[in-house]
Ligand binder design. Structure first.
Ligand SMILES: Cc1cc2nc3c(=O)[nH]c(=O)nc-3n(C[C@H](O)[C@H](O)[C@H](O)COP(=O)(O)OP(=O)(O)OC[C@H]3O[C@@H](n4cnc5c(N)ncnc54)[C@H](O)[C@@H]3O)c2cc1C
Length: 438
């Protein structure tokens, strides 16, 4: 039966793209878009890059929709509960919104600094939304003596890069052996870390922050590190990964926890009994699922491209009897220190890695990742175009190491241990996030 009313909770990338695709697919029923942020949907990737570096403002990140959505937008109000039996979403202002079909697209948020008194110091920030970026930007333009980035995942590395663009001294402290190691493995993380250091970043691996200290006005002034050092710092950005926004689903019967809402590859939400729950779909950062191409545990793939792919699949399945799975290969990018880092497949699953093009030390390079003798991922630094060829190898499950006959293939193609399991965050293992702390 064609649904009359589809309610989407979470009015950001995945929610908007689901609405957009529904209209593109010819859905003419009622659409309701619920979001707790007061803004129209906006794009997050520029927050850690162009916004912090001052190249654009947070008021210019508008996410366009291709269709006239003709949607009822309930913005600035959070969903606080879900009653599956009644087919209703409860809102913070006590309203109840009925649905025929529901899309959960509530994304994730930054994991906070674990010591509340220290987290409350002025100058200590998280980075997830517009307001966070505006606050950090204001602190950066005030001319801090030094910025401390806590965590060396993608977000942390991009924040460090933006500070470097502004000529602000930066220290990055991370628990793992190399930046972004949990997503890209130690060999590639170490190669990128060396380039960060070459830009003057004070990169401290296997180092944790033991205390943040403020002055009498409650402003961050000094930090202590596990290597015994004490630094004078006015701004700290906590980049310790993310937690899925699932609290509003407590007790509703869905398999939802801080790692996300479990769903199948078609985006259908699963119940606590592991059975599909009819009429409820999940898309974007909040979705935890098993990609059909990879033999792996369900996981959240918290990247821009994944949110778009899952939204399109959910929109199709919301309005068609035939349910199609999401099969697009995961891919993401990061821009930092003049490097475009692009990944395809799931490098973090790998047990081995090999340099296939270029050099870890200088210039562009590409590395391929293998697991159990099969190619499962590839990462290109300043060489994005070649990744299509690697995507084909991953799709056809080519043996690892793959045969790459490129003019820039290195003389030494030693297969290395991928070392993707060096957790950089201080909390439990969570998800594969753009924040890069798994
Ligand atoms: C700083 C930063 C930089 C990034 N850079 C990159 C990049 O370079 N490359 C890349 O691939 N990815 C990047 N990402 C990741 C990418 O932005 C996310 O994967 C994408 O935003 C996911 O979209 P989403 O709609 O699933 O979730 P979100 O964007 O998190 O949106 C979820 C929305 O739901 C709202 N919400 C939460 N709970 C409720 C509730 N109870 N009721 C109503 N609304 C609710 C949230 O406030 C939010 O508006 C970056 C992310 C950040 C934060």
């Amino acid at each position: 039966m064609t649904p009359r009313r589809i309610v989407i909770v979470g009015a950001s990338l995945a929610g908007l793209r689901t609405a957009d695709s529904l209209r593109a697919n010819g859905f003419t029923g009622e659409l309701v878009l619920i979001g707790d942020e007061p803004h129209e949907p906006y794009d997050r990737p520029p927050l850690s890059k162009a916004v912090l570096a001052g190249r654009t403002g947070t008021d210019r990140l508008f996410l366009p929709s291709a269709q006239d959505l003709n949607a009822r937008r309930l913005l600035g109000v959070a969903a606080t509960g879900l009653d599956l039996a009644a087919g209703e979403v409860r809102l913070a202002d006590d309203r109840r919104i009925g649905f025929d079909r529901l899309v959960i697209a509530t994304g994730s948020r930054s994991r906070p600094w674990p010591v509340p008194g220290e987290a409350a110091l002025r100058g200590v920030h998280l980075l997830r939304g517009r307001e966070d970026a505006d606050r950090i930007r204001a602190d950066l333009t005030a001319g801090p003596r030094r910025v401390l980035v806590i965590g060396g995942g993608f977000t942390g590395s991009e924040v460090a890069s933006s500070c470097h663009d502004l000529d602000i001294p930066v220290t990055v402290a991370l628990r793992g052996a190399a930046p972004m190691a949990s997503a890209l493995g130690e060999a590639v993380g170490t190669a990128i870390g060396a380039r960060q250091r070459a830009h003057g970043i004070d990169l401290r691996v296997r180092t944790t922050v033991t205390a943040l200290h403020g002055d009498a006005e409650g402003r961050l002034r000094r930090v202590w590190l596990s290597d015994g050092d004490e630094l004078e710092v006015d701004v700290a950005v906590v980049a310790l990964g993310s937690v899925a926004n699932t609290e509003w689903l407590a007790g509703c019967g869905l398999a939802a926890d801080p790692r996300g809402v479990e769903c199948d590859a078609a985006g259908r939400a699963m119940g606590l009994d592991c059975a599909v729950v009819p009429d409820v779909y999940v898309a974007g950062d909040v979705a935890r699922w098993r990609h059909p191409h990879f033999d792996a545990e369900p996981q959240a793939l918290q990247h821009w491209g994944n949110a778009v792919d899952q939204a399109e699949v959910a929109a199709h399945n919301l309005t068609h009897r035939h349910q199609r799975p999401a099969t697009a290969l995961p891919a993401f990018w990061s821009d930092q220190f003049g490097l475009n880092v692009k990944s395809v497949g799931l490098p973090h699953l790998a047990d081995q890695v090999v340099l296939t093009q270029g050099s870890f030390e200088r210039g562009p390079f590409v590395a391929a990742y293998g697991r159990g003798g099969i190619t499962v991922g590839a990462v290109a630094v300043n060489s994005p175009r070649v990744l299509d060829g690697y995507a084909a190898l991953i799709t056809e499950r080519a043996p690892f190491p793959p045969a790459i006959n490129a003019t820039d293939s290195p003389a030494d193609a030693t297969v290395l241990s991928a070392g993707s399991n060096s957790a950089e965050s201080s909390g439990p293992a969570l998800t594969t996030v753009h924040g890069g702390q798994s």
